[in-house]
Design a binder for this molecule. Structure first.
Ligand code: ZN
Ligand code: ZN
Length: 315
């Protein structure tokens, strides 16, 4: 039903639109590539801080409740190294996902001069976003939180306080993967620690009192289980989106693919920025094949169209 309404809305606008839209465009304001991308959204900032606090809580319990009091030095060293490395990579991926421009389209470029400079042939179509007054490339969508059109926008994620788009999807996928891994690792350690404490005297298995130890371990258990499920599902959904070359929004809208779909492997290489290498797992490596943010797709027939703007649910 929604899809029908949306396509009807688009059709009506298609008929009503003309090359010169009446809505005046604001002056061009573009994200300066040298400055850091950061969305000033109170809800997103709070969620981002909570994410870091939860990782630090897990760090605290793993180190001070389970590993440091352990008498087995090898067990503590191996698990401590693995857990801290994964937690560091998770936080680095979160930072990159949050502070990387997800593929914002320059705002305010749907001006008379710019449209004329495109030298459109009579009957050609470009889409215009009425909210940020930009010429939208194909597969870009407007985000009401970022207040920008984002190329290949998948969804706006408050946990990383940013949109997930073509330039930061890799970091988001890595973030979900590393969080799922530290959740699984800490769950296994909690189970082993409980067994160890049951066998040993409870007063010797932790430097905290037995009730405090139990509460800290149970809280970590809940946290790890919750985030293991949540991030595993997100990781699977994201990899599926990349493989099928269909973003979350396109799936939600039931859009027919106007674009030429690439193979799963080619789509993975495009999302992760190059041929398969260990850099796919690194949140520090940049994407090697970024697209020109000013390019746009001109469709074969039509005119300039005020596109429909869809509010995307927060995921
Ligand atoms: Zn827009
Ligand atoms: Zn957004």
């Amino acid at each position: 039903m929604n899809n029908l309404l949306l396509s009807r809305c688009r059709d009506v606008e298609r008929q009503a639109a003309c090359l010169q839209t009446e809505q005046p465009c604001v002056p061009v304001s573009q994200h300066d590539p040298s400055s850091m991308w950061f969305i000033r959204d109170a809800c997103g900032i709070v969620c981002g801080v909570i994410t870091w606090m939860l990782v630090f809580y897990a760090e605290f319990v793993v180190l001070f409740v389970m590993l440091l009091p352990s008498k087995n030095l090898t067990y503590s060293l191996v698990n401590g190294t693995v857990f801290n490395t994964l937690a560091f990579l998770a936080l680095a991926s979160h930072f990159r996902a949050m502070c990387t421009d997800p593929g914002a389209v320059p705002t305010g470029n749907a001006t008379k001069e710019y449209i004329e400079s495109l030298q459109l042939k009579p009957g050609q179509v470009v889409y215009k976003c009425p909210k940020c007054c930009s010429i939208k490339p194909d597969r870009a969508h407007h985000c009401s939180v970022c207040k920008r059109c984002i190329r290949k926008m998948d969804h706006h994620c408050p946990w990383v306080n940013n949109c997930v788009g073509e330039n930061n999807q890799k970091y988001f996928v890595l973030f979900t993967m590393y969080i799922a891994l530290i959740s699984l690792h800490s769950l296994v350690m909690v189970v082993f620690h409980f067994l160890y404490c049951f066998e040993d005297d409870w007063t010797k298995c932790s430097s905290f009192s037995p009730p405090a130890t139990v509460i800290l371990l149970i809280l970590l258990c809940f946290e790890a289980l919750l985030f293991l499920i949540f991030t595993s599902v997100m990781f699977g959904t994201q990899v599926h989106s990349i493989c099928t070359d269909e973003t979350g929004i396109e799936r939600l809208k039931g859009e027919q693919a106007r674009w030429e779909k690439t193979s799963c492997w080619e789509a993975m290489k495009s999302a992760f920025g190059g041929p398969f290498s260990p850099s796919w797992l690194s949140p520090f490596s940049d994407l090697r094949c970024k697209r020109d943010p000013t390019d746009h797709v001109v469709l074969p027939q039509g005119e300039i169209i005020e596109d429909d703007v869809i509010e995307i649910p927060l995921v």
